[in-house]
Design a protein around this ligand. Structure first.
Ligand code: FES
Ligand code: MG
Length: 575
């Protein structure tokens, strides 16, 4: 490993001793640094998405110190650069609206500063794709440090899973089966340590994808946030990134077509969140790799769900998954579906990274001959209701909805839905298809996680726990049920979903991958002629930029101008 200091990017800021670098050097000294601290050392940005209102990243203020230790141990110089913290539960109208903002911030933080390599600290849902999108567009050596899942929830001797059990007990409360006091007990017990959601939600899915892509230390994504191994891993990340700079190991060398295909196979085997589709498409395109909805559908038909983790599984959570061997063990189980020649941040092929992996609990990490679901986690449907596609998670819905025909009950907004859904006079049966529209990337705005539409209270009381639901929204990865999501194009921009009316008959056939409204083309043309577009959600500000430039769900919801093919590469800043 040659250590050519002159080739370091940061050398442009600090290398010569003239007037231009005087300001940089003297201002470093203003902070108490001495040239010995930085000279001849790679400068490593630690992009930290900690904030006082992000419970999933609450430990990052502590972990960053261990990353710095690792960087110093390896002869680097650490600089912590904070970036916007997208706490899924708190950021409105949806953290999704700000994913691209964080991606831009990461790219520009690295570009505008004297940075040779980057540690990316994230974990809560959108932070993983955002950090990776920014890093790959900037393309300096980068390594991802996943926050790790929180510990299992606990209430009255029962294990609680993030998200999934809140929906479940909310329905039980609405059905009159549990008390208010019970509900408050669930509230207090469901999230009891720092770390991201510990079900197979978007966070666990996306950090596993980052791991499978090769952007984390092998298996790092499975380590619970509160486990001391997470501290050890944080130091190892710091040590490794310095060597990656000297080796000039770039994200684009790691992120190849086959690594994205590996990540998709892993996502399927994990019983992944539907959100994975949008993020993987966006990340891949930043790396110059074309991934479409069809790649997910094809993988889904081949790779079974082997991670027995809620909500696809019934019992276990991410903590159990780690004790059972974690992601390397899962990758070993599905190695026939992976290209093990792809390299990771270790610089080694996956075959070496996972060579010692073992499964310690065969009920948690199943073999491909004994999966929890024969087919993969996602299905892509198309038809006159979704010409550009939509998705459903068959592993999380009742079997009777695999082929279902029923009348639509359409809501134009979330407010309207909330107002009407529990009305005792609502004309609805368990065969009705609940539809929410104007909840897409532009219309939502920000494509909120409203896709698991609530079951009407009167049906809940009658024992109904699943219905077919359709929307242009997303749903939380911790949600479940027969929910068709990400209808593209969305209603707000005039997709055919905008033309649907209550009472129209819809057929969804998951085996045939189809979704159609039984309305003739000429009738649809008439309806289009009288369709009135809704008002734009934003007149100014970031929201205006967002709604002007965001792409549709099947294209990954990236901004058009951020995509790699948008124009010439951005030059290095003049110094
Ligand atoms: Fe942060 Fe679920 S709220 S991962
Ligand atoms: Mg979530």
């Amino acid at each position: 490993m040659s250590k050519d200091v002159a080739k370091l990017r940061s050398n442009r800021w600090f290398g010569d001793k003239g007037l231009r670098t005087f300001g940089h050097r003297s201002r470093m000294m203003q902070m108490g640094y001495d040239p010995i601290d930085w000279e001849g050392r790679p400068i490593i940005a630690i992009i930290n998405t900690w904030s006082d209102i992000n419970p999933c990243h609450a430990h990052f203020r502590n972990r960053v110190e261990f990353v710095k230790t690792g960087i110093l141990q390896s002869g680097g110089f650490p600089l912590e650069l904070p970036a916007i913290s997208l706490a899924e539960q708190f950021v409105k109208p949806s953290a999704m609206m700000y994913r691209n903002m964080l991606a831009m911030e990461v790219e520009e933080l690295i570009r505008s500063h004297p940075i040779d390599g980057a540690v990316l600290m994230g974990g809560c849902d959108k932070t993983t794709p955002a950090l990776l999108m920014g890093a790959v567009s900037m393309n300096v050596p980068s390594i991802y440090l996943p926050a790790g899942p929180m510990l299992r929830g606990n209430w009255q001797g029962k294990t609680l899973g993030s998200g999934s059990d809140s929906w479940k007990y909310w329905d039980e409360l609405r059905a009159g089966n549990i008390t208010r006091a019970d509900w408050e007990g669930v509230e207090r017990g469901i999230a009891r340590s720092y770390g991201h959601c510990m079900t197979m939600g978007t966070a666990s899915t996306m950090t596993a994808i980052a791991d499978a892509l090769g952007m984390t230390l092998p298996g790092a994504s499975s380590i619970p946030a509160a486990d001391s191994n997470h501290i050890t891993m944080s130091k190892a990340v710091g040590r490794r990134i310095v060597d990656m700079v000297w080796e000039d190991l770039l994200p684009t060398q790691i992120l190849q077509l086959a690594s994205f295909q590996n990540a998709i196979a892993v996502a399927m085997a994990m019983g992944c969140s539907t959100n994975a589709i949008i993020h993987v498409i966006a990340m891949a395109r930043r790396a110059g790799v074309s991934i479409t909805l069809d790649d997910f559908d094809a993988a889904s038909r081949k790779v079974p769900v082997v991670a027995n983790v809620r909500p696809s599984g019934e019992t276990y959570l991410m903590e159990d998954f780690y004790y059972a061997g974690g992601l390397p063990a899962l990758m070993k189980q599905i190695e026939s579906h992976l290209d093990l020649s792809m390299i990771s941040v270790t610089g080694r092929p996956l075959s070496e990274d996972i060579s010692n992996a073992r499964v310690f609990n065969e009920d948690v990490i199943r073999s491909i001959d004994n999966p929890i679901y024969e087919e993969g986690a996602l299905a892509v449907l198309r038809g006159n209701l979704a010409p550009h596609g939509c998705v459903i998670k068959p592993s999380a819905c009742s079997a009777k909805f695999l082929d279902h025909t029923g009348p639509a009950l359409v809501f134009d907004s979330y407010e309207e839905l909330k107002e009407c859904i529990d009305d005792e006079d609502l004309d609805v049966t368990e065969d009705s298809i609940l539809v929410l529209r104007n909840a897409g990337p532009v219309g939502g705005p920000g494509m909120p996680e409203w896709g698991m539409l609530p079951i009407p209270q009167k049906l809940l009381r009658a024992g109904v726990r699943d219905m077919l639901r359709i929307s242009d929204a997303r749903m939380s990865g911790t949600s479940y049920g027969a929910c068709v999501l990400h209808i593209s194009p969305e209603a707000h921009i005039g997709g055919p979903l905008a033309l649907l009316r209550t009472g129209d008959i819809i057929r969804v056939n998951i085996r045939e991958r189809s979704i159609n409204m039984q309305v003739s083309d000429s009738e649809l043309e008439d309806r289009r002629a009288s369709w009135i577009p809704r008002e734009e959600p934003f007149g100014r500000g970031f929201g205006k930029m967002y709604s002007t430039h965001v792409s549709q769900a099947h294209d990954g919801c990236d901004f058009d101008f951020l995509q790699t093919a948008a124009g010439a590469a951005v030059p290095e800043p003049k110094i």
